[in-house]
Design a protein around this ligand. Structure first.
Ligand SMILES: Cc1ncc(COP(=O)(O)O)c(C=O)c1O
Length: 428
């Protein structure tokens, strides 16, 4: 990933620590102090890392602090559209299921209760056109981020092995490769790799609908990827956590086509061999705080994953398993939540385009992938001056340069505030 302006050294040259921003506006008060303190923190972290710990990059979102500070100074309050964290209430029926299972003195099952596994299999059949799964081939995970981060290690990958991830991607795919000591390679097709690299590919991440771009891979594209990976003897792990949030031609409720799963028979030929589908309830059911997700696929790989995760204690708490079971059986709350996002999305699309941002891809999911044709940080600062915090495209790989990511995950009130500010700026 391209270095964010972490350590804030880069920011010094970008206007935040100089007296004028790229827009020529006065800098926010107190930023000198903040830069100094963050630089010290950064050195502390480096020292600590040298003594103990893993050589993982600093968490990039720390670099957003100065822009958050600018946005927070807006007289009508900040609108944070930078992180895809749900803000609407967890549906009552899911809360009730959690509470009803609160008496849980014994250890939970790693593989998932039979009832939960049945609910996952039924959900795949009902919502994703996936019929090749036996309940043995599914397992709950502690949110999908942990599975993404640990999968390469759990698959036994290590030095010399290549993990392929999309060119603009959720950063945890890289972290997973690093944790395993494998090499992460950014590519959107295996055709982009040279022969030597191709021969070392052991795992291919596909993320459709993609975060942050909202790109959706159709059946033919997924099928080609699966065929090529199988030829190489590699695993395809498909992170599909935004699949229920399709827009336009992918919006099922508006007459569109469902976003295909890697386990759809038209993609996989009816066999889950070499394939894993990763799914999360965080977004569709507003349960990011529960850590509720699951993985499904290749029978032999799943049996191995279940065994390893038993040893490692990677277990979803029983009340959460029960909440998941109930959530997966109810499509109405997913439809209601999606309707909320559809309205917010339409408002934001109009306001952002009116303001001068072009929106690329964004066919599904919770984000608008936008560019003003300018440096990412310049756009981030312009929006921060309107009290709007956006996500920097460069956090998702070098190919995200020039882009910002706008999340739909804010309350109606905050979305309306952002829309008013963008519209006023467009008129000015
Ligand atoms: C592409 C992608 N995968 C996985 C996750 C992790 O989701 P969770 O850990 O909440 O299940 C996210 C969260 O934003 C994501 O965008």
């Amino acid at each position: 990933m391209q270095e964010p302006p972490a350590g804030l050294d880069k920011l010094d040259g970008r206007g935040l620590s100089s007296s004028k921003s790229p827009l020529g506006l006065d800098k926010a008060p107190g930023l000198d102090k903040l830069d100094h303190r963050d630089k010290l923190d950064h050195r502390d972290k480096l020292d600590h890392r040298a003594a103990f710990g893993l050589a993982l990059p600093d968490y990039p979102w720390d670099a957003m602090a100065p822009y958050q500070q600018i946005a927070a100074a807006h007289p009508d309050g900040v609108v944070n559209l930078s992180i895809g964290t749900p803000v609407d209430p967890t549906p009552t029926l899911i809360q009730q299921a959690l509470v009803a299972a609160a008496d849980a003195p014994g250890y939970p099952t790693t593989h998932g209760t039979p009832e939960l596994r049945r609910a996952i299999v039924d959900w795949f059949a009902r919502r994703r056109n996936v019929t090749c799964l036996d309940p043995a081939q599914v397992m709950p995970t502690v949110g999908s981020k942990e599975l993404v981060a640990w999968l390469p290690l759990l698959l036994g990958l290590g030095a010399g092995d290549v993990v392929v991830r999309p060119t603009v991607a959720y950063p945890t795919y890289d972290i997973g490769a690093t944790l395993a000591g494998a090499t992460s390679v950014a590519a959107d097709s295996l055709d982009e790799l040279d022969d030597e690299t191709r021969a070392r590919v052991r795992l291919v991440w596909v993320n459709s609908p993609g975060n942050p771009t909202g790109i959706v891979r159709d059946v033919a594209q997924l099928r080609q990827l699966v065929d090529q990976a199988r030829e190489l003897g590699a695993v395809v792990a498909s992170d599909e956590c935004y699949a229920e949030l399709g827009w336009g031609r992918w919006d099922v409720e508006e007459g569109g086509t469902p976003v295909p799963s890697v386990l759809d028979p038209r993609v996989c030929g009816g066999s889950a061999a070499n394939l894993l589908a990763v799914y999360s309830l965080s977004k569709q059911s507003n349960v990011a705080g529960y850590r509720a997700a699951f993985v499904a696929g290749d029978a032999a790989i799943m049996a191995n994953l279940v065994n390893s995760r038993k040893h490692a204690g990677m277990i979803v708490p029983h009340p959460v398993q029960e909440a998941m079971r109930v959530a997966l059986g109810d499509d109405a709350h997913v439809r209601d939540q999606k309707s909320r996002y559809r309205v917010r999305r339409a408002k934001l699309v109009a306001a952002l385009e009116g303001y001068g941002l072009a929106i690329h891809h964004s066919e599904a999911g919770l984000y608008l992938w936008c560019t003003a044709g300018q440096d990412t940080w310049h756009t981030i600062e312009r929006l921060a001056r309107l009290g709007i915090v956006a996500g920097p495209g460069v956090f998702y790989g070098d190919a995200g340069s020039g882009y910002v990511r706008i999340a739909l995950t804010a309350t109606d009130d905050r979305i309306d505030a952002a829309v008013r500010r963008l519209a006023a700026e467009a008129r000015a």
